[in-house]
Design a protein around this ligand. Structure first.
Ligand code: PMP
Length: 459
């Protein structure tokens, strides 16, 4: 568990930092208030900076590198593909484009056998929405408040995360509702069964009041990721499927984050035995080594565009380098049992360790997750469940989470922190020893969060 690092070179790091400051405009950030870490390299579950610090990647780079950094088989496949064919327009049949589509379609549930390739998750959501609107002839799309679906037009309108606010024109026909979340129940439920039943009744009622004949699609993350790894209660997704069928609504599952091993299955939908009409995916399909996403399309929806054109396309749809890396990633995940590894690590290492930490740490309100897809919901008070930081906090209001994140980094773990939650989302092929090493650091860093609770002894 001691992979290569490059020799420290602080001067080179400073040069990267200066060039970045001068010319890179960063996502979601006040440009003058950030100081991005210059990164020198990565391998397996680790990456490192120019100062000699190595980090265990408990974030998987935006929950993305399911196969870890620089997997040699995927790197070799990209190099081989680059030598053969770097680019070819989407109007041509290309071996890796077809093979990647076959490998994905083989793993999707039901008859979702056609793949529309995109460059990432938001474009996949954008096209799923377009397909649903064309298929039904209806104008509106429903999604949950606790969601993230991307930052392009339809995707950001569907997104519930407050990043929507500054982008919301109200013009995209997005209608939000509450999905199930027992720990912070919108429905005053006390059991998973009640939460499920009431969340389904709420969805049904929202559809009835909106007008079923105006709703093209319900778009759900199978397991809401950014919103806090919200695993739906048993029966919820099957219930949504039934409601959609009854009203002629297209059911879209967004598996951009949950898919390709993250949850310990190829698709998170596999855990719930549900087949949607469309699945959006990206990230884990090729661990983000080359930008790639897509929509898996049911036979019924694909048939609508059999004799008339699909009115959408992208110059880089099915990009050969991206598809070549997807073929290598999926084959490697299958050969190396990486999906099974994620399931095992979740069940035997991460889940038990986090639950045990929750008993000792006053700041840990709830532990949620499966596979290599977990979150700790951090609170000021376990009884009131008041979040450790206010919703959408920034600056001094966010200090408790910032201090926690800093403690993780000092300990050599790069965390994924969002609002009052820390997500434990390492590569799906993390080893038991690496996972334990990271969990020990997390355990210690939680003292920084505990200090902000109202528990006796906390300052
Ligand atoms: N859907 C989900 C569930 C996501 O988690 C994300 C990204 N975090 C997206 C869509 C958007 O993907 P991208 O950033 O590749 O556009």
């Amino acid at each position: 568990t001691s992979p290569r690092t490059t020799a420290p070179d602080p001067a080179a790091g400073e040069a990267v930092r200066a060039a970045d400051r001068a010319h890179v405009f960063h996502s979601w950030s006040a440009q003058g208030l950030i100081d991005p870490l210059p990164v020198a390299g990565g391998e397996g579950s680790y990456f490192w900076d120019y100062d000699g610090n190595r980090y265990l990647d408990f974030s998987s780079q935006l929950v993305n590198t399911n196969i870890g950094h620089q997997h040699p088989k995927v790197v070799a496949a990209i190099q081989e593909q680059a030598g053969r064919m770097c680019t070819m327009a989407p109007g041509f049949a290309v071996d890796v484009r077809a093979e990647a589509a076959r490998l994905v379609a083989e793993r999707t549930p039901g008859n979702l056998d056609k793949i529309f390739w995109t460059n990432g998750g938001a474009e996949a959501v954008e096209n799923a929405v377009r397909m649903a609107k064309l298929h039904t002839g209806r104008p509106k799309v429903m999604s949950t408040y606790r969601s993230y679906h991307g930052h392009t037009s339809a995707a950001i309108h569907l997104t519930g995360d407050p990043r929507r606010w500054a982008n919301d024109t109200g013009a995209a026909g997005a209608v939000h509702f509450f999905g199930p979340h027992l720990y912070r129940s919108h429905f005053y439920a006390e059991t998973e069964e009640q939460e499920c039943e009431r969340a389904l009744a709420h969805l049904e009622e929202t559809i009835v009041y909106e007008g079923p004949s105006t709703i093209a699609a319900v778009v759900l993350e199978t397991i809401a990721g950014t919103a806090g790894v919200l695993v739906p209660p048993p029966g919820y997704l099957a219930g949504v499927r039934e409601i959609c069928d009854r009203h002629g609504i297209v059911f879209v599952l967004d598996e951009v984050m949950a898919g390709f091993g993250r949850s310990g299955a190829w698709f998170a939908a596999d855990h719930f035995g549900v087949t949607p009409d469309l699945i959006t995916f990206a990230k884990g399909v090729n661990s983000g080594y080359v930008p790639l996403g897509g929509v898996a399309i049911s036979a019924e929806i694909a048939a609508r565009f059999d004799q008339r054109p699909y009115p959408g396309g992208l110059t880089y749809s099915g990009h050969p380098l991206a598809c070549g890396s997807a073929v290598a990633t999926i084959n490697t995940m299958a050969e190396e049992g990486i999906v099974e590894n994620a399931a095992h690590i979740g069940e035997s290492v991460i889940g038990p360790a986090l639950r045990e930490m929750a008993e000792r740490h006053p700041s840990v309100g709830e532990v949620r997750g499966m596979g290599t897809f977990w979150a700790l919901d951090l609170v000021r008070d376990k009884v009131t469940r008041e979040p450790l930081v206010p919703y959408n906090a920034s600056g001094p209001d966010n200090a408790p989470m910032a201090e926690f994140a800093a403690a993780c980094k000092r300990g050599g773990v790069w965390p994924f922190v969002n609002m009052n939650r820390t997500h434990v989302v390492p590569p799906c092929n993390i080893t038991e020893a690496e996972a334990k090493e990271g969990l020990a650091v997390l355990d210690e860093a939680l003292s920084a969060a505990d200090a902000h609770t109202s528990a006796p002894g906390a300052s």
